[in-house]
Write a protein that binds this ligand. Structure first.
Ligand code: C2E
Ligand code: CA
Ligand code: CA
Length: 402
């Protein structure tokens, strides 16, 4: 290991941390202010940087800003004796600006806590060094709604399928459909480049007709009527009086039980509580379909939604899953969402699970269903069918004792 760099205004604390590191066979270089440490930091030649937030002169948040400009790759661990929420916000803001803040630690802490943090940081660093830096993304234009429909009508709509796992049994229990446009010149285009514009105009209905047909056809081909199928819909659908009959007729046509169909609605996409929308959502539920509140915890999530809309599933946004491990505050909100869904008697789903640790963590909190790259990336239908066979026998998450 290359050693750790410590920035803390308290001489006594610097001596303590140096001794603790020495006991672990590590070299610690300490600075009493950020100003004195700058030259050393810019070399980036450390396994990790421990930095106190409450520094004299340039303080922690200012230091984070300066380090961002240095394009550092070194893991940073923030320390503070202040309230946990201050640490957590500084970490979040630093990460948003691209600094590799791997964790925070509230003072005072134990030797064990310190040594496990240093070890984690070193492991992460080794992993990073083995990876190629990501190529910068070119700025690309969004597709216009008219162009999307033209492409969809010409057969360029692609649906990909991402599995959902029952966190109690660890078996697959559902699948979410995600839309793609296979552009003749630009290749596969993800929804961030076409869905928003489309959702705000009536062409979303034409798009949905294709999407539902495509999805139901693939779902039948999977031959797994035990699985649920989740489809993202826009607020436009629930303003349309014809939508409940449209979806019901289509499900009959494909002989799919409405009890297996989950319609996901994102609040920030203009969900409203007009009498008309509430009636339409009630009719959708009466016909046997499920309604899921998507991206819970971001944007405009409000308790009003819960009190008025007949949802029977809650999907916690992947932002919370990814922050769960390192941020106590994200964990609290996650727990709140799961408790809320339990009290309402509805199913909870965690998005964005990327490893076993996250899967176990969300399961321990009481979340019912998990979805994310750990279990499977969104796949074209043929790949998803292969995945289903593989999952039955070989899925590694089934080997984990629960
Ligand atoms: P969403 O419904 O929250 O979908 C989950 C998004 O997270 C997907 O991105 C998926 O590829 C990605 N994802 C899944 N697991 C992981 C993970 O473990 N880690 C990470 N980093 N990401 C993960 P995608 O496909 O780009 O979709 C983005 C959004 O576009 C969706 O968010 C949904 O709001 C919207 N969308 C997708 N398909 C449709 C559609 O057919 N109709 C409508 N109205 N919106 C759609
Ligand atoms: Ca969704
Ligand atoms: Ca989401």
């Amino acid at each position: 290991m290359k050693g750790i760099l410590v920035i803390d205004g308290n001489q006594g604390f610097c001596e303590l941390i140096s001794t603790l590191c020495g006991d672990l066979g590590l070299k610690a270089t300490c600075f009493l202010s950020f100003e004195k440490a700058i030259a050393e930091i810019s070399l980036g030649d450390y396994d990790c940087i421990f930095m106190e937030l409450d520094l004299q002169g340039i303080d922690g948040p200012q230091a984070i800003g300066i380090m961002t400009g240095m394009c550092l790759n070194v893991p940073v661990i923030l320390m503070s004796g202040e309230h946990a929420s201050i640490l957590s916000t500084a970490q979040y803001a630093g990460k948003m600006r691209g600094l590799n803040i791997v964790s925070t630690i509230a003072k005072p802490f134990s030797v064990d806590e310190l040594s496990s943090l240093i070890q984690d940081a070193a492991d992460r660093q080794q992993q990073l060094e083995g990876q190629q830096p990501a190529a910068p993304r070119e700025k690309v234009e969004n597709l216009r709604p008219g162009e999307v429909i033209r492409l969809v009508e010409a057969g360029h709509l692609q649906c990909v399928f991402q599995p959902q796992i029952d966190l109690n049994t660890r078996n697959v229990c559902g699948v979410e459909v995600l839309a793609r446009i296979d552009h003749p010149e630009q290749g596969v285009i993800t929804p961030d480049r076409f869905v928003n514009e489309l959702e705000n105009c009536s062409l979303i209905e034409v798009f949905n007709e294709y999407l539902f047909n495509h999805s139901f056809k693939a779902y039948k081909a999977f031959g797994r009527p035990d699985l649920t199928i989740s489809i993202n819909i826009s607020a436009y659908c629930i303003r349309n009086e014809l939508f409940p009959d449209f979806i019901s007729t289509l499900a009959k046509q494909y002989d799919i039980s409405p009890s297996k169909v989950i319609l996901e609605i994102t609040e920030s996409h203009g969900l409203n509580f007009s009498a008309q929308s509430l009636m339409i959502m009630s009719r959708v539920r009466i016909k046997g379909f499920s309604l899921s509140i998507d991206d819970f915890g971001t944007g405009y999530s409000s308790l009003e939604t819960f009190s008025k809309v007949p949802f029977n599933e809650l999907k916690v946004d992947r932002e919370f899953t990814s922050r769960l491990r390192a941020e106590e505050r994200a964990k609290k909100i996650f727990e709140l969402a799961i408790n809320l869904s339990k009290q309402m008697g509805i199913v909870s789903v965690a998005e964005g699970i990327e490893d076993e640790e996250e899967a176990s963590l969300v399961a321990a909190i009481g979340c019912d269903v998990g979805q994310g790259y750990y279990f499977g990336r969104p796949m074209p239908s043929e790949k998803f069918m292969e995945w289903l066979n593989w999952e039955l026998k070989e899925a590694p998450w089934k080997q984990v004792s629960i």
